[in-house]
Design a protein around this ligand. Structure first.
Ligand SMILES: Cc1ncc(COP(=O)(O)O)c(C=O)c1O
Length: 728
């Protein structure tokens, strides 16, 4: 942004007026952001000459002119700055200055009146009048079509996130936090709506200096220089941001304006939901632009007229949640946002304690009541958005419309089970197999990760006719009896037996950060892999197999070192066991570079288990294995799961695969994951508590330690951090 103010000499302006308009008179410079001059001729008639800045093109002037003419045609009961044509009937005048610089400008009728901000306080009638005028303007301007209206500028609310990086210009940490809150609310609650909100030409700057009033009513609207095509609702939000600046109860005042707007031009529920974040965003953009301008020219007072008032309003508004604010804002309309919020959080906690088993526990010190989800966001009872970096199930975004539609359509057509023939089952099985190495060609469908691991265990035992299993320390594979038996995370954890069953053999976590072979970058994989061989050699009976995750999630987001699986699998297979890969957390492109995380180590397991993201929240899971192994399981005992692979689940699973491909989500995981890892590395350099950063794609772990030498885990701090990240 550059300071483009270049005041011209009065002689030049005089010359322009005479040559282009045949007008002469007294000329004075007008206060304000733009370069405007007041001209008064000898009859006392007044005009405003607006000089064009670098951003003002012939097209934008045409739009401005069309907008004003359209509002006049529509019969709005207000004064408007109409363009006075030049002698040659052009809407823009042009003069070559002596230095050969082109001076362009347009002459407007002078609009009498006092600006809103200079005639405070505003009575309710005036607030209502403003709401009605903005609605009438929206109706009328929606007919103005101009190719250059699809422009943008720094005040464009649909592109407000361009200013997010400007938060760093603000010195006060409290104020920075308010701006973080605003931009987060904007990203989560406005951006997803932007495309579907109705668009039209808007004024773009209905601030309290551009609205003229007299005797408690709005008499004029000035300055159409920021006109652009935008969500129509933005004009209302901008007006609300500025016309509540000096109100003691800004939301109540805003509700009066909204009520009047709605009576002329009914708001949709989406529009209503967007108003509060947009209003706050406009104020946030304003204070950031002020901070940028201070760096350019701190003396130019007209740039900072609303700065402190905007901060004050933001400080008040930021104490109210989206839901509460929107309920107040809609108070004078027939809309009822956030109506169905159900029971209060405290009541829900009480009812859980009454009706659910006490071992079912919610997350966080203050549990969240989530009302809905969209994309990467979850929205709580207060309409507060949370960026969901935690949920490893809603892989293609919460409530992805394509997945929802697939489920709804199939549910409305047919749901049955695998004892009937239907196309969806085989089509989905084929598509799933296409994502895997060709050896893995046979599917079984069930309903959860636990059930799939349970089935994998049965298959391994049926194939090998053995019982013993190797498991990795700290691993979790499910909640049924035998899954608890093969999950050291459970049997060694609170309430567990504290020792494995005789048929379970625990191998160490192949951890390069801690553990026996820590720091052995090149050889750690083989060393940990050979450890599996050593443990096998101590087992008296032959083994059924080895179950492991490709990347160890519960085990501490551990990325096994190179050659680990190759080495470990060799030992397992030499002992006659099968290698089961639990891809419940890691599969479906999460690691970015590959669709399945086991591919990172260039190995092919005998059985792959998948779940969580497979149905984006719908309960579907699968076991995929080699045909020969599947055949050994067909020993006469029928396999049947009532819900496993039902038509609805298959339709949903298919839609998930389609979305991953269509939206390039695997590549996206790679790119975003890399950015997150780089950012976390920066943080590690600044904070000793971060002992290790590890991850691939969107499978990322941060290890917190009390001491970087002893590696003592900072358990309490980690719990605190989880809660603080949620509370931010
Ligand atoms: C690696 C792994 N395997 C299996 C399971 C069990 O899956 P589910 O909860 O769907 O039964 C989980 C669940 O957290 C898991 O993380």
């Amino acid at each position: 942004m550059v300071d483009t103010k270049r005041p011209y000499s009065i002689e030049i302006i005089n010359k322009l007026m005479e040559i282009e308009y045949g007008l002469s008179g007294e000329i004075s410079c007008l206060a304000g952001e733009n370069e405007n001059y007041l001209i008064q001729n000898k009859n006392g008639d007044r005009f405003v000459l607006k000089l064009a800045d670098a951003e003002t093109t012939a097209g934008t002037i045409e739009i401005e002119h069309l907008a004003v003419e359209r509002l006049i045609d529509a019969g709005l009961d207000i004064q408007l700055p109409r363009v006075i044509p030049t002698r040659t009937d052009a809407i823009q005048a042009c003069l070559m200055a002596e230095n050969r610089e082109e001076i362009r400008g347009r002459l407007l009728e002078f609009v009498e009146g006092k600006a809103w901000c200079r005639s405070l306080p505003a009575e309710n009638g005036q607030l209502e009048g403003l709401g009605r005028i903005i609605a009438e303007m929206a109706e009328a301007m929606s007919f103005v079509i101009h190719p250059e209206a699809k422009r943008t500028h720094q005040w464009d609310l649909a592109q407000a996130d361009q200013h997010r990086s400007g938060i760093s210009l603000i010195d006060s940490p409290e104020r920075r936090q308010i701006l973080e809150w605003v931009f987060h609310l904007y990203a989560a609650s406005v951006k997803p709506l932007l495309k579907s909100l109705p668009q039209s030409l808007i004024h773009g700057d209905i601030n309290d200096d551009n609205v003229l009033v007299a005797d408690g009513r709005v008499t004029g609207i000035l300055d159409f220089g920021d006109c652009l095509t935008n969500p129509t609702i933005c004009d209302l939000a901008i007006a609300l941001a500025y016309h509540t600046l000096d109100e003691n109860k800004p939301l109540e005042a805003a509700s009066i304006i909204i009520g009047a707007y709605h009576s002329v031009r009914p708001l949709s529920m989406d529009g209503m939901m967007a108003i509060f974040p947009l209003m706050c965003t406009r104020l946030a953009v304003s204070v950031i632009i002020s901070a940028q301008r201070k760096k350019i020219n701190p003396e130019r007072d007209s740039w900072f007229v609303s700065e402190e008032r905007a901060w004050k309003n933001l400080e008040v508004l930021s104490t109210t949640g989206h839901a509460q604010a929107t309920i107040i804002l809609a108070g004078k309309t027939d809309l009822e946002p956030f109506k169905d919020r159900g029971a209060l959080v405290t009541e829900l906690i009480k009812n859980r304690q009454k009706f659910l088993g006490p071992s079912v526990s919610p997350s966080y010190d203050k549990p969240l009541k989530i009302l809905h989800g969209k994309g990467q966001y979850l929205y709580d009872y207060n309409g507060r958005p949370f960026l969901d970096l935690y949920n490893n199930v809603c892989h293609v975004g919460h409530c992805h419309p394509k997945v929802v539609q697939a489920g709804q359509e199939q549910m409305a057509r047919l749901n049955t089970n695998t004892r009937y023939l239907y196309d969806g089952l085989t089509a989905y099985a084929e598509k799933l197999c296409d994502t895997l190495p060709h050896e893995l060609d046979t599917c079984f469908f069930v309903n959860s990760g636990t059930e799939a691991n349970e089935l994998a265990l049965r298959i391994a035992r049926a194939y090998t006719l053995q019982k013993d299993m190797l498991v990795v320390d700290n691993a979790y594979h499910g909640h049924t009896s035998s899954m608890i038996d093969i999950s050291p995370y459970k049997f060694m954890g609170k309430g567990g037996k504290g020792r494995p069953e005789p048929w379970v053999h625990v191998v160490p976590v192949p951890d390069g950060y801690r553990g026996e072979f820590k720091g052995q970058k090149e050889d750690a994989g083989q060393a940990y892999g050979n450890k599996v061989g050593e443990i096998i050699s101590t087992i008296q009976s032959p083994i059924a197999g080895f179950i492991t995750e490709s990347l160890l999630s519960c085990g501490g987001q551990v990325i096994p070192p190179r050659e680990y699986f190759k080495t470990a699998f060799k030992h397992v297979r030499n002992a006659g066991g099968l290698c089961i890969m639990d891809e419940v957390q890691t599969g479906f492109g999460r690691v970015g570079s590959y669709f399945w995380a086991f591919e990172l180590q260039n190995i092919i397991p005998d059985i792959v288990v998948m779940g969580k993201p497979m149905g984006n929240g719908h309960p579907i899971s699968a076991v995929v294995t080699r045909r020969k192994i599947a055949e050994s399981f067909a020993n006469g005992m029928e396999f049947f799961s009532t819900f496993g692979g039902n038509p609805v689940s298959c339709a949903i699973g298919m839609a998930v695969l389609d979305v991953i491909k269509e939206e390039g989500l695997q590549e996206h995981a790679k790119q975003i994951g890399t950015r997150i890892l780089e950012g976390l590395e920066d943080l590690k350099n600044k904070h000793d508590i971060i002992g290790d950063i590890r991850g691939i794609g969107l499978f990322i772990g941060i290890e917190l330690v009390k001491d970087r030498d002893t590696l003592a885990p900072a358990t309490r701090k980690a719990a605190e951090m989880v809660n603080r990240m949620k509370n931010r």
